[in-house]
Design a protein around this ligand. Structure first.
Ligand code: ADP
Ligand code: MG
Length: 261
């Protein structure tokens, strides 16, 4: 049993005129504690569909998902979710108050809440901006606060759906570096969705490549055994990039021809 076990997962949507359309079919995956698992695949293949079921926002058509052996049937505090260009910060709360907010339900004193929130505000490098309101923060800073807010409740797993997708290239690079550092510091398990091969190679401990939809499943899982040098000057990096790139391209071609299995 892993931290996360997904077994024979299928998800169908009702489509206009065409009955049920299976976005995901017979998708299997196990994730161990402490992993930084990147789920990679072409746009529209069903990555977000898998994540929303892990988050408990949607129910599977068939199959099971479990976290720590317990079936996932609804959203829960054992999971934290960060979406692309997430802008769910409360505009009337400062940065640190936004992070604190997640702790309100946990019965901590004001002082304890502030202390714990500050630990994570510092971890994401925003101690000096702690009293700013969201409207006074850049996109990258807001995304850091989202991550701090997700981590402060100490979830068993952090679910991220293209969280850096809306950032400019430079900010994105900085955030990838920061995210990896935070993952190492906290030991939190992460499921990270991306369509960007480089991003998955920079961040992941394993990369699961999906087939193109409809009826998408996992095609292949790669162990990322690159150590710390995750740049194009590392021959291991470029060879893994090429391998993944060729199967992603096959999948994109397949979906363009419309012969998704
Ligand atoms: P990705 O995140 O990989 O880009 P999605 O999971 O968003 O892909 O979508 C996978 C497929 O499922 C797409 O064909 C999409 O149109 C379809 N889909 C996703 N959500 C819904 C929905 N709520 N209703 C109908 N179809 C959906
Ligand atoms: Mg998506």
């Amino acid at each position: 049993m892993g931290l996360i076990d997904i077994t024979q997962l299928s998800k169908a949507f009702r489509s206009r005129g065409a009955g049920l359309l299976y976005a995901i079919e017979n998708f299997d995956l196990s994730i161990e504690p402490g992993e930084f698992f990147c789920l990679l695949g072409p746009s529209g293949c069903g990555k977000s569909t898998v994540l929303t079921m892990l988050a408990g926002f949607e129910k599977p058509t068939a199959g099971t998902l479990s976290l720590g052996g317990k079936p996932i049937s609804a959203p829960g505090r054992d999971r934290a979710v960060v979406f692309q260009g997430d802008d769910s910060l409360y505009p009337w709360l400062t940065a640190v108050e936004n992070v604190e907010f997640g702790l309100k339900l946990q019965g901590l004193s004001r002082r304890e809440r502030r202390e714990q929130a500050m630990t994570f505000v510092e971890m994401v490098g925003l101690a000096r901006a702690k009293d700013r309101y969201p409207s006074e923060l850049s996109g990258g800073m807001k995304q850091r606060i989202q991550i701090a807010r997700a981590l402060v409740t100490r979830p068993q797993i952090l679910l991220m759906d293209e969280p850096l997708g809306a950032l400019d290239a430079q900010t994105r690079e900085v955030m990838q570096f920061e995210l990896r550092r935070i993952w190492k510091e906290t030991g939190t398990s992460v499921v990270f969705i991306t369509h960007d091969i480089d991003e998955s190679l920079i961040l992941g401990t394993r990369i699961g490549v999906m087939t193109a939809g409809p009826r998408a499943k996992l095609r292949e899982i790669f162990d990322v055994t690159l150590g710390e040098d995750r740049s194009r000057t590392n021959p291991g990096y470029t060879s893994l990039y090429e391998k993944i790139h060729s199967i992603v391209r096959e999948e994109v071609e397949r979906s363009r021809r419309g012969d998704g299995k």
